[in-house]
Design a protein around this ligand. Structure first.
Ligand SMILES: [Zn+2]
Length: 319
């Protein structure tokens, strides 16, 4: 099927018209292979294909259609597994290039040793040609989103500055959407200023975790006023915030008129997913949280925006 240049997302099985996205979770972890991230944070280890497949099938049966796997190359991403999972589960799966926190990388990785230009080329090749798989070969499946991570040090850290420049270059070249991991109290205004200095529209940015990394309503309002999108992905992540707190934050930003800039997700780990022994399924939003939002008084039309409609423009490629 030939699809228009304007409205597509890039899944691991090819480009898909945004009308086919359906119910979408924009920041999840489906697989993370053994390596530095898992040795630092054991809850990140998720490489059991059948356990993840069970979650994916349950999610599909509950009405889920699209998942973004937020692990970039060279720090645990399992691109082959994502391709197989997409085929077997029928889900649209979007894979990630770019970079995560630099502590998660081998000293010899291009993320640490490469120049801005080398990282730019690497990211572009992952988006346009194909991704590095877990067995170190290049496969035909491509990345559909680019990720950067911002810490408290922000652009004062040379490695992060270099990598953010590479992300901006790759986004300008390819039109790929941009996802940002935020650490506690990272400076989101500086981040937005940075992308604006490249003439990248603020609505191309999907800023993740701010519900847990800066639970300050007026800060959320300020940041949203600049046009970025926020992924509230700490739903049912109770060690960070209660469901009541999550609902109050969502209600607040909806009341302030930002319904078109919010998406919801779970940012799963092996500690939380039932098939890995945790306390909820990947289908938690569909099966439980939507009802909680309705009981709380959140409008159905807003829920539809946050779980389906908004992802169509946030995840689309745009030049
Ligand atoms: Zn994550």
């Amino acid at each position: 099927m030939k699809i228009s240049n304007q409205n597509f997302v890039r899944t691991v099985l090819g480009d898909v018209n945004t009308d086919n996205l359906g119910f979408t979770q924009c920041h999840e972890h489906l697989f993370i292979e053994k390596g530095i991230p898992c040795s630092l944070v054991s809850s990140l280890h998720m490489d059991d294909y059948n356990k993840t497949l069970t979650e994916a099938i349950d999610f599909y049966e509950a009405g889920g259609r699209t998942v973004v796997d937020a692990q970039p190359a060279l720090c645990g991403r399992m691109a082959n597994n994502l391709v197989n999972l997409a085929r077997e589960s029928n889900l649209n799966i979007i894979s990630t290039t770019g970079f995560y926190k630099t502590i998660f990388y081998d000293e010899n990785s291009i993320i640490k040793t490469g120049t801005e230009e080398e990282n730019t080329s690497f990211f572009i090749s992952e988006i346009k040609e194909g991704m590095i798989s877990e067995d170190n070969t290049i496969i035909s499946a491509k990345a559909g989103i680019i990720k950067g991570a911002i810490t408290k040090e922000g652009f004062n850290d040379f490695d992060y500055k270099k990598l953010f420049c590479a992300i901006a270059n790759a986004a300008l070249e390819t039109g790929v959407p941009i996802m940002i991991h935020t650490d506690n109290h990272a400076d989101i205004h500086a981040l937005i200023d940075f992308f604006e200095s490249y003439n990248i529209a603020t609505n191309r940015l999907l800023i993740c975790h701010l519900d847990r990394t800066n639970y300050n309503f007026s800060y959320h309002k300020e940041v949203l006023s600049r046009g970025v999108n926020l992924c509230y992905d700490s739903v049912n992540r109770l060690k960070y915030l209660s469901e009541q707190q999550e609902l109050e934050l969502i209600q607040f930003v909806l009341d302030e008129g930002f319904a078109k800039q919010i998406v919801l997700s779970l940012d799963t780990t092996n500690e939380r997913l039932s098939s890995y022994g945790g306390y909820m399924g990947l289908d938690y939003i569909l099966k439980t949280f939507i009802n909680r939002m309705l009981e709380f008084g959140i409008e159905k039309s807003h829920i539809n925006l946050m779980t389906e409609e908004n992802a169509k423009h946030i995840l689309a490629f745009r030049k």
